[in-house]
Write a new protein. Sequence first.
Length: 151
Amino acid sequence: MGHYLRHHLPSLRVTLLAGIPLFATGWLVTFTGFRAMTQQPDVTAEEMELFFYYCSPNVVMMTVPLFALCAHIPVRSGRIRRLLASLTACGFGIYMVHYFFTGPAIMLVRALHVPVGLQILVGGVIALAVSWTLVALLRRALGRAATYLLG
């Protein structure tokens, strides 16, 4: 999908007109599905994660508009370009290790009494920051060998 959008990016107008309802629908499916699962007393871990799997339709419905919208943002700052290049280079490694940090990040935000409505967002940012830092440090320490370990 990313390859397709990179080469066939819709206009900003089309991105917004189609993307906002698409994102809202994906979010609504994710929210209501996850909420329904959390209300089941005997739900398994697999069932709990059913509505935010990587390739689930609702996640794709949220990801595509965000990718298209981000592609329309002009980046002129060299620092931001380097940051985005690092994120791109570390992306697969971040994907591989982030799961180890999501649980502890959520436990941390709960211990810090972050409001419930912000816990997932703040926990996600923390997990991303820790994962990205770890992968970037490993890539720097291992050099070209990091490609075989971290993608």
